[in-house]
Design a protein around this ligand. Structure first.
Ligand code: SF4
Ligand code: SF4
Length: 275
């Protein structure tokens, strides 16, 4: 069993195109689980024409104020770095739920034991299947800030299921923030997808630094390789002693597949076998 991460420092470089194309190709021969961990904007199900069904809700703790115990001291409001507790002098505190990330600072600061824990739904995990690909897809609810919890929940489900599969392909969000790191933690190999532009190279450097720090075996795919300056990417990769594993040319066929929700066919399996 091998876990392959598809990532990229910059959004819109074609991560999902590569992740779904790789899963599609692998699924012709192997048992494949595709995990869409781009939970702010999951779209692998759309690219593969998969109808998703809800598996579970992802919950986050939130404080509940016991007004009988509350002395209206306002310390909970002062302790909250997210401005999630509004406290007007002499009045009871009021929780602004969307801003609360469940950190617990208010709970520990309260001198009157007036805070206990409740829950709010911050996202959902879905599953589905098509083209012999099993999909797990996480989605953060609108106006919720903590996407990492949804990725964590995906990771936990993936851990319980991974033994059933030959390959797990994880499609991460763009960037180098916590949800991306959480999604990449379990990966054996990572493919960074970029484009041959100064912005693409800049953000590729960020993700390559992260992957080096995490000690991940890394491949690089350049999407829309014929549009832009490929030497920008090549020059950067020299510093990491890496080469370009695959160039994907701009193609009308890829755009057509996008618009129809049909799998994109790219020859990618050789990349994950390279040393
Ligand atoms: S749990 Fe943290 S974020 Fe939520 S209200 Fe309390 S201090 Fe603020
Ligand atoms: S810290 Fe506790 S007692 Fe003080 S206002 Fe908040 S809930 Fe009430």
């Amino acid at each position: 069993m091998s876990i392959i991460g598809i990532t990229g420092g910059k959004g819109g470089t074609g991560k999902s195109t590569v992740a779904t194309a790789l899963a599609y190709e692998l699924a012709k021969e192997y048992n494949v689980l595709l995990v869409d961990a781009d939970v702010d904007c999951p779209n692998d199900h759309l690219l593969l024409g998969i109808k998703r069904c809800k598996v579970k809700a992802v919950m986050q703790r939130i404080p509940i104020f016991d007004l009988k115990k509350c002395s209206r001291c306002g310390l909970c409001s002062k302790a909250c770095r997210n401005n999630a507790v509004v406290s007007i002098k002499g009045k009871y505190p009021l929780l602004m739920q969307p801003q609360c990330n469940g950190c617990g600072a208010c709970f520990f600061k309260c001198p009157s034991d007036a805070i206990s824990w409740g829950e709010k739904e911050i996202g959902r995990i879905y599953s589905g299947k098509n083209h012999n690909i099993n999909l797990l897809s996480g989605e953060l609810a609108v106006n919720e800030p903590v996407s990492e919890l949804v990725v964590n929940s995906l990771n936990k489900i993936m851990e319980t299921k991974k033994k059933q599969y030959d390959f797990v392909v994880i499609d991460t969000a763009a960037g180098t923030h916590c949800p991306v790191i959480t999604a990449l933690e379990k990966c054996d190999k990572v493919i960074a997808v970029t484009e041959p532009t100064p912005l693409g190279a800049h953000d590729l450097k960020l993700i390559l630094d992260l992957l080096k720090h995490m000690g991940k075996e890394t491949r690089v795919i350049v999407n829309r390789s014929d549009i832009g300056e490929i030497r920008i990417v090549k020059n950067l990769l020299k510093k990491y002693r890496l080469g370009i594993s695959k160039k994907i040319r701009f193609s009308k066929k890829i755009l057509e597949s996008y618009s129809k929700g049909t799998p994109i066919k790219l020859d990618l399996t050789g990349i994950i076998g390279e040393s």
